[in-house]
Structure formats: structure tokens, C-alpha cells
Design a protein around this ligand. Structure first.
Ligand code: GLU
Length: 449
């Protein structure tokens, strides 16, 4: 191991001992940068890696709001402004009880590389709260969003930091957040948030973008392998927005999704989630805020496996779309035993480092990393920012075409970087290297900041 990387890893472990997810992503990324750092001794002189693993700014705040029963609730809000070398901070807001500083920092760090890969001018950031939307009414969601924005507004802006959705934050929440921002600022700065509704500055294809983008990426992998979607089976996890977009596009291209999952377990539908009724039902489940997939099994009379994950089903393609660390070493072994050929990460860091290493070591298996595969969402967010600046909207067709081109570029740039630095067709190392190089270059040119 390169001595400089080794030292930065040790220092990072020491400084962030209580942040396991953050350390996990730093280890994953830095270890694939070895040949790059070997070629660039100037990085060490400029403490480039030390600067990259230190967020530019971390904001933590109190959020106070009243629920429908009149009870006063206190949550913790976060915004981690990780890196602004190539553009304003950009990244989603996550509302989930598991949100903590470690998670925000891991997501902000990943976002920096992901956003760089898109080739669009956006830096990396992430935010959210430990607020739990499960079972909350619309009024409660609105009151929480207003309270959250009452502090967040002073830290963001169209040229400063542009939040968007993530787990627990969809179009509805973005609407409430934007309404409050506009009220406080007394200005119609709709470039301050992305994922907005079409009636007030949203972009066509933004709701579908992460799922569609992931499938466009898979199409590039298939092209590389001389393969295609026809008749292929897919095991997905999750049932939210990203999963819905992916199921829609996979079905359109002739593939068949046979599993989805939730915190309660997973569903196996041997006929596939291929009809409009079934695909629309995913949206209904999400809108109900019940956070369970057993409802799908009951509605369509298929098997539900309580407390289990869908890994181990014999399918052609596995796409984890739920959350971080949903595939550990044991799951990865099951995936390999089931004869899966394509392992395509979609949710952020769904694979533990151990499991990822194991999968990358399997002959004939193709592994693709989330920071590349799910970058379609933030890419269309950046296109939404462009449209807001121009005060003009592209058609759905135009946005979809740009999304496709961006995903194709991400795949090609990753494959090329991996090849150039001696990794062969390793899309994981390639994404880290390609994402890193642009940020590194910008940081060096901007001096010691
Ligand atoms: N939360 C999404 C992501 O992780 C979208 C971020 C955005 O659109 O800014 O990339």
C-alpha cells in the first residue's frame, strides 16, 4: 500500500473513530487511488487527501415542531458541505430515524465523487434529519419541513448549496421546503432546491431519473459484454422512488423484476412486476407512508418472506436499491452461489467493503458501483438548475436524451480510467479514479483552500 494513503487512512481512522460508515467509504475510495497517487507525488505536498477527507463545513441544528396531537417534538438537523471545488454543494436531504453525523459524512463524501463523475459543475453535500416520516400526516410533514428550513435557509442558495430529495424526502417534502425558503427569503430563487414540482420550476424526468439512469448504465454494461435485456431476470431491493424508476425502465426494455423489499421483508413475484397496475402500486405503497411491502404480496397474491432479503434468488442481475450495507459477506456468497452475473449497486454504498472485495474477486462477475450507477438523479438535478437559470424548460425527450448521454459518459469514463491505471474493466476502481481526478485538479488549481 502506498505510504501516503496508508498514513491518511490511519489519521482518518483516529480522527473519526465514531463514524463507521464514513470510514468505510474513505477506505473503499482511497484504496483504489493507489496507482493515481503513485503517479502524482505533488498530492502529498499539498495535503490533498487530508483535505479531501475533511468536510469544508458541518452544520448541526435543532428542529422544533408540533405534531397533530399538540406534542412538541425535537429533532436534529444536518447539512454537511463536503467539497465545493467544482461547483456549489449539491446533494440530497434524508429524513430517517437512523440519520447521524457518520451517515451524513459518508453520503457527502460519496456525493463529491459521484457529482464529479456526472461531468456537471456540482460540488458535494448531504443533509437531513433523524425525523421519522413513518405514519406521519401531511400536516405533520409540512410542519416539520417548515421548521427544518427555518434554520437551513441561511446556509443554502442557488450558487451556494442546492439540496434535493433522498430517502424520506420526495416531491411533497421539497414543495414544503421550497415554500418556506421563499417565504423567509422573500425571493423566487427556485434554483435553491431540485426535485421541485413541474408547476414551480421542476424538470421533466427528475422523479424517474435515478432509476432510469441506473438502467441506462446497465445498458452500457450489457453493450460492453455483448448482452441485452431480453428475457433477463432482476432481483431488486427497496420499493421507493429509485426502485420504481428502475422497474419501469427494465420492464420497458424487456427485462423482468421478480423481487422488491422493505424493512418488513421481501416479496417474490415469479410473473414479474411488469404490469402498469403493479408498477403503480409501488407508488401507492410509498405514498401510504406505511413503509412495508407485505401489502404488495397480499394485493397480488404472491409470496412474502418476512425479515428476509432477496439475495440468493437465481436471477441474472442483482440491483440493491434500498439503503447502505444491505449486502454483507454472507449475502454476497449467496448471490455468487445463485449464479448471478451482474451485481449493480444502486443505493448509496449498499455493499460492505468485505462483500465488495469478495464480489470483485469472482471471475466472470461484473460489479458496478453506486456512485456511478445512481448518478442519474443528481445529473437531472443539475439539469434542473440549468433550466432554472435559463428560465426555460427542456422537453421530456430532451432531458431523457441528456440523461442517457450522461450515463453513457459515466460508464465510458470509468472504464477508461480503470484501464489507464491497470485495473482492466473494473468499474468500481474506475469510478473512484475518474471522480477523484477532476476534483483533485480543481483543488490544486484553486490553491490552499
Ligand atoms: N439524493 C440523490 C443522490 O444521492 C439526489 C441528490 C440531488 O439530486 O441533488 O444523488
Amino acid at each position: 500500500m502506498n505510504a501516503y494513503i496508508q498514513r491518511v487512512l490511519e489519521e482518518t481512522r483516529e480522527k473519526n473513530a465514531n463514524e463507521p460508515e464514513f470510514l468505510q467509504t474513505v477506505e473503499e475510495v482511497l484504496t483504489s487511488l493507489e496507482p493515481v497517487v503513485d503517479r502524482h507525488p505533488e498530492y502529498e505536498k499539498m495535503a490533498l487527501l487530508e483535505r479531501m477527507v475533511e468536510p469544508e463545513r458541518v452544520i448541526e441544528f435543532r428542529v422544533v415542531w408540533e405534531d397533530d396531537t399538540g406534542k412538541v417534538n425535537v429533532n436534529r438537523g444536518y447539512r454537511v458541505q463536503f467539497n465545493s471545488a467544482i461547483g456549489p454543494y449539491k446533494g440530497g436531504l434524508r429524513f430517517h430515524p437512523s440519520v447521524n453525523l457518520s451517515m451524513m459524512k459518508f453520503l457527502g463524501f460519496e456525493q463529491t465523487f459521484k457529482n464529479s463523475l456526472t461531468s456537471l459543475p456540482i460540488g458535494g453535500g448531504k443533509g437531513g434529519s433523524d425525523f421519522n416520516p413513518r405514519g406521519r400526516s401531511d400536516a405533520e410533514i409540512m410542519h416539520f419541513c417548515q421548521a427544518f428550513m427555518t434554520e437551513l435557509y441561511r446556509h443554502i442558495g442557488p450558487d451556494v448549496d442546492v439540496p434535493a430529495g433522498d430517502l424520506g424526502v420526495g416531491g411533497k417534502e421539497i414543495g414544503y421546503l421550497f415554500g418556506q425558503y421563499k417565504r423567509i427569503r422573500n425571493a423566487y430563487e427556485n434554483g435553491v432546491l431540485t426535485g421541485k414540482g413541474l408547476s414551480y420550476g421542476g424538470s421533466f424526468v427528475r422523479p424517474e431519473a435515478t432509476g432510469f439512469g441506473a438502467v441506462y448504465y446497465v445498458a452500457e454494461v450489457f453493450r460492453h459484454e455483448g448482452d441485452n435485456f431480453a428475457g433477463k431476470t432482476f432481483a431488486l431491493s427497496g420499493f421507493g422512488n429509485v426502485c420504481w424508476g428502475a422497474v419501469t425502465k427494465i420492464t420497458e426494455l424487456g427485462g423482468k423484476v421478480v423481487t422488491i423489499s422493505g424493512p418488513d421483508g421481501y416479496v417474490y413475484d415469479p410473473e414479474g412486476i411488469t404490469t402498469k397496475e403493479k408498477i403503480d402500486y409501488l407508488l401507492e405503497m410509498r405514498n401510504s407512508r406505511r413503509d412495508r411491502v407485505q401489502d404488495y404480496a397480499e394485493k397480488f397474491g404472491v409470496e412474502f418472506y418476512p425479515g428476509e432479503k432477496p439475495w440468493g434468488r437465481p436471477v441474472d442481475v442483482v440491483m440493491p436499491c434500498a439503503t447502505q450495507n444491505e449486502v454483507n459477506l454472507e449475502d454476497a456468497r449467496k448471490i455468487v452461489e445463485a449464479g448471478v452475473r451482474y451485481y449493480i449497486e444502486v443505493s448509496n454504498m449498499p455493499t460492505t467493503n468485505e462483500a465488495l472485495k469478495f464480489l470483485l474477486g469472482q471471475e466472470g462477475m461484473i460489479v458496478a458501483p453506486s456512485k456511478a450507477v445512481n448518478a442519474g438523479g443528481v445529473s437531472v438535478s443539475a439539469l434542473e438548475m440549468s433550466q432554472n437559470s435559463m428560465r426555460y424548460n427542456w422537453t421530456p425527450k430532451e432531458v431523457d436524451k441528456k440523461l442517457k448521454d450522461i450515463m453513457c459518459n459515466i460508464h465510458d469514463a470509468s472504464a477508461k480510467a480503470a484501464e489507464e491505471y491497470g485495473f482492466g474493466y473494473n468499474l468500481v476502481a474506475g469510478a473512484n479514479i475518474a471522480g477523484f481526478l477532476k476534483v483533485a485538479q480543481a483543488m490544486i488549481e484553486q490553491g490552499l483552500v
